[in-house]
Design a protein around this ligand. Structure first.
Ligand code: ZN
Length: 153
């Protein structure tokens, strides 16, 4: 279970919307610390990235910066969140480029560059995928992920 505050969601949507205004996708990472009740997200981090209208990549340098930050602040990537120009889904490129790859990791996709997504309708608009023990990204239906994966605090 991932616990995430409304402020983190707000910050996430601001990043996605700003990139969308430049007609570009954007990926942000929810960094957190594991605890007894699950992982608490403490920061919404925008990694150094190369993004276009339909994809994003994190170059080696961006991954190095991310790893250094995780090490020095003792954080882990709880989830990644990225925007799409239109519908939310997990593309082949998303499968291949996913930064988080541990079992139970979440990948969230926000439609329409987050133009009309707000903390209030975040749960309804976003598609959530969970990395399985068979190394596949499986969509988690809305009613289940509210119970099993993500709690907004
Ligand atoms: Zn995508």
């Amino acid at each position: 279970m991932i616990h995430c505050s409304g402020q983190v969601i707000q910050a996430t949507l601001s990043f996605l919307r700003a990139a969308g205004e430049q007609n570009s996708e954007c990926v942000v990472l929810w960094l957190g610390r594991p605890g007894r009740e699950g992982t608490s997200v403490v920061e919404c981090y925008r990694p150094h990235q190369l993004a276009r209208a339909d994809r994003f990549q994190i170059p080696v340098q961006g991954m190095d910066m991310l790893r250094a930050k995780l090490r020095s602040e003792r954080l882990m990537v709880a989830a990644q969140v990225h925007s799409h120009p239109q519908d939310a889904f997990h593309s082949k490129a998303d499968d291949a480029w996913a930064i988080v790859r541990h079992e139970g990791a979440l990948s969230l996709v926000v439609p329409r560059f987050a133009r009309d997504t707000f903390p209030e309708n975040f749960l309804a608009q976003t598609k959530v995928y969970r990395f399985s023990n068979a190394a596949t990204w499986d969509e988690v239906p809305g009613e289940r992920w509210v119970q099993e994966c993500l709690r907004i605090i």
